[in-house]
Design a protein around this ligand. Structure first.
Ligand code: PFF
Ligand code: NA
Length: 459
């Protein structure tokens, strides 16, 4: 009845719970943790933002992630076909299928700019390896980043290489190679982050960083900051966008979703906090600006690599691992699209190539946002979008609008359209208090949180 086998297409499945955890963690842990979390934390004043973000992960992100994975597993095929079929099976309107389209479009736009930043990591592998940071001061390192952004051809080149990598890996099958590389390289990234935190604790201003990250000062938090925190909870967990739904469609029935989601959430949050702890001590010790924006990690970490013993090796390794984390996330973004085309009878490689080409093309807008179109602010006539480049707008559209809206739809579907028992058994919870809390959160708390934040931001 509810099994994947009831769909028209029979999919391959992850080989085990561990395999799924690895792939889902590979999707979750990425540029969002190491690049985006520190820079938006810096832009939004630190502690209070971090607190709201953590709350959003707990009461909005994780419950919705669990629901999303379950919807995928129940549908057993690509989100677009799967949601409509599932709605019919649950006896509700097939219009629910629309939520998958939000995710579909969001994934396209998201990957288009994610790939450009992935390209920066690629560029920095080379820079670190050739010792470009050795002994350099903050101004020199800032200059290196500035030069990269100024050069549209170079940015386009790195963006193209990154997309090519993603298309080739995604096209050759979700499981091929990915499990192995994540199993090996994730722990390594983790260890390297610990080394960096250690370095920052010794050489940086650790006390000031701790104060900045963990002492909430609510006077620094704007309503837009709250929206950013909410959006980032979705972004960092890869939820609200039907990507985890696509991954969930390969999930064997006996895997406990509740436990899996807790594991993913813990790992993802840990990596983000470690990144913050590695970066902010250096920011403060070097008199850098916490709110410097998207370049933050690219102008602080190289400083550390330039000064530490073995910095060339550590630096190169770090950017390789950042690249791997970015690639495993990017692959997951393209998966719903590839899976959709596959269900329509188009081979994986061809599907990946076709969608990759379109995403690559859209990515050019982001490439130009940092140079030729830096002064092009298409929504300047709306006060709230004043001064935002195309890249800023894409990020806002996806992270702050599409993901929370997609998440809202998922919460409402799981909370209201599904039978409580189907939900409870699917998630893998007993009949006790935990499920009742979870159900309440999905029905009321998470939707309310999204709506309240939206309404405040409209006003
Ligand atoms: N969670 C990824 C990160 O933190 O970098 C980004 C991401 C991947 C968002 C996949 C959405 C997604 F569907
Ligand atoms: Na993440």
């Amino acid at each position: 009845s509810d099994a994947a086998s009831s769909g028209a297409v029979t999919h391959p499945q992850w080989s085990s719970r561990l395999a799924f955890i690895l792939a889902a963690t590979g999707s979750a842990v990425g540029l969002g943790n190491i690049w985006k979390f520190p820079y938006i934390t810096g832009e939004n004043g630190g502690g209070a933002f971090v607190l709201v973000y953590l709350l959003c992960i707990l009461v909005v992100g994780l419950p919705i992630l669990a629901a999303e994975i379950l919807l995928g597993r129940r549908s057993g095929c690509s989100p677009i076909q799967g949601m409509a079929q599932l709605a019919r099976r649950d006896g509700v309107s097939a219009r629910w299928g629309w939520m998958a389209w939000i995710g579909f479009v969001a994934a396209f736009v998201l990957l288009s700019f994610y790939s450009v930043v992935g390209g920066w990591s690629l560029a920095y592998v080379g820079l670190a390896a050739e010792g470009a940071f050795s002994g350099a001061d903050a101004a020199t390192i800032g200059g290196i980043f500035g030069q990269l952004l100024e050069d549209p051809v170079l940015l386009l080149l790195w963006h193209s290489l990154f997309m090519l990598l993603v298309v080739l890996i995604a096209g050759s099958g979700v499981r091929a190679g990915m499990e192995r590389s994540i199993r090996l390289l994730m722990p390594l990234l983790f260890v390297l982050l610990l080394v960096l935190v250690g370095y920052a604790a010794v050489r940086g201003n650790f006390a000031q960083a701790l104060g900045f990250l963990f002492t909430p000062d609510f006077s620094k938090l704007t309503t837009e900051g709250v929206l950013t925190a909410l959006g980032h909870a979705f972004f960092t967990l890869s939820t609200g966008i039907c990507v985890m739904m696509a991954y969930g469609s390969y999930l064997p029935k006996n895997v406990n979703i509740a436990r899996t989601v807790v594991t993913i959430g813990l790992l993802d949050t840990l990596v983000a906090l470690l990144a913050g702890l590695a970066i902010f001590p250096l920011v403060f010790a070097n008199g850098l600006e916490p709110g410097a924006g998207p370049g933050l990690i690219f102008v602080t970490l190289p400083l550390a690599f330039g000064q530490m013993t073995g910095g060339v090796v550590f630096g190169t390794l770090f950017f390789v691992l950042l690249l791997v984390a970015a690639v495993t996330s990017a692959i997951s973004m393209i998966e719903p699209v590839v899976e959709w085309l596959e269900d329509k009878g188009i081979g994986r490689m061809l599907g990946a190539l076709m969608s990759g080409a379109m995403i690559w093309l859209l990515g050019i807008c982001t490439v130009l946002s940092f140079n030729i179109w830096a002064q092009f602010h298409p929504l300047d006539f709306l006060a709230r979008f004043e001064g935002k480049t195309l890249f800023d707008l894409f990020d806002f559209l996806v992270s702050n609008l599409a993901l929370p809206l997609g998440g809202l739809a998922i919460a409402l579907y799981a909370g209201w359209a599904m039978k409580p028992q189907t939900l409870r058994e699917g998630i893998g919870l007993g009949e006790g208090l935990t499920f009742r809390v979870f159900h309440f959160v999905l029905r009321f708390l998470s939707p309310a949180a999204v709506l309240v934040v939206f309404v405040y931001n409209l006003g």
